[in-house]
Ligand binder design. Structure first.
Ligand code: GAR
Length: 206
C-alpha cells in the first residue's frame, strides 16, 4: 500500500509513521509527503528519511480546484492508495474527498466531536476538561469529522500544564496513528452506516 502523508508543520506524526514502517510494525510504503508550507520542519524530516516531497503552495494557484488538481496529479503519479493527514492545516475540498473516499485518514488531538479545530489541546485545557484524548478518523467533507477508527483518552490532572498535556497527547498520537493505518492497510476495517467496525485486530508488536 502506497501512503502519502499530508503535513504543514513539525512532522512528529510523520516521523512516528516512518519509524513504524522502518521497524516492520507497519507494512506500507511511505511514498510521498505533500506539504503546503515551504519552511515546515517536516520537509527536512522527509528528506532525511528518503521520502519524496511534493511542495504545493496554495498561493501558487488561482483557485482551490487548481491547487487540489495539482495535489491529485502528484498522488496519481505516485500511485497513492491512502492519504494520511498529519497536521495538514487545510480543509480538503470536495474534489479530493470524493476522489479518495474512505481513503483519507486524519488525526485530531481531542476526543471528537469535542474540541474541533486547530487548537484542540489548548481548548480542552482552557475549558477545564478532565479528560481529553486523540481521535483517528476517516475524512469526509466537514472539518474534523467522519467515521472514527480509534480513540484514546488522556486525563488532564490538576498538576498538568498546557505543555505537559501536549506531551502526553503527542505520545498517544505517535502510538495510535500507525496502529490505525495498519488496520486500514490490512483491510481490517468495514464502514457500516458511517460507523467503523474493526475485524480481528492483532496485537501491536512491542
Ligand atoms: C497533531 O497534534 C495533530 O493532531 C494536529 O496537528 C498536530 C501536528 O503535529 N492536527 C489537528 O489539530 C487537526 N485538526 P505534527 O506536525 O508534529 O505531527
Amino acid at each position: 500500500m502506497n501512503i502519502a502523508v499530508f503535513a504543514s508543520g513539525r512532522g512528529t506524526n510523520f516521523s512516528a509513521i516512518a519509524r513504524a514502517i522502518k521497524k516492520g510494525k507497519l507494512e506500507a510504503n511511505l511514498a510521498l509527503l505533500v506539504c503546503d508550507q515551504p519552511n515546515a520542519p517536516v520537509i527536512s524530516k522527509a528528506k532525511r528519511a528518503g521520502v519524496k516531497v511534493a511542495l504545493v503552495k496554495r498561493e501558487d494557484f488561482a483557485s482551490i480546484e487548481d491547487f487540489e488538481n495539482k495535489i491529485i496529479q502528484h498522488l496519481e503519479e505516485n500511485k497513492i492508495d491512502l492519504i494520511v493527514l498529519a497536521g495538514f492545516m487545510r480543509i480538503l475540498g470536495p474534489q479530493l474527498v470524493s476522489r479518495y473516499q474512505n481513503k483519507i485518514l486524519n488525526i485530531h488531538p481531542a476526543l471528537l466531536p469535542a474540541f474541533k479545530g486547530a487548537h484542540a489541546i489548548k481548548d480542552a485545557f482552557d475549558y477545564g476538561a478532565k479528560i481529553t484524548g486523540v481521535t483517528v478518523h476517516f475524512v469526509d467533507e466537514k472539518m474534523d469529522h467522519g467515521p472514527i477508527i480509534l480513540q484514546q483518552a488522556v486525563k488532564i490532572r490538576e498538576v498538568d500544564t498546557l505543555e505537559s498535556l501536549e506531551k502526553k497527547i503527542h505520545q498517544v498520537e505517535h502510538k495510535i496513528y500507525p496502529q490505525a493505518i495498519r488496520l486500514v492497510a490490512e483491510g481490517k476495517i468495514r464502514i457500516e452506516a458511517r460507523k467503523v467496525k474493526i475485524i480481528a485486530q492483532k496485537a501491536w508488536p512491542k
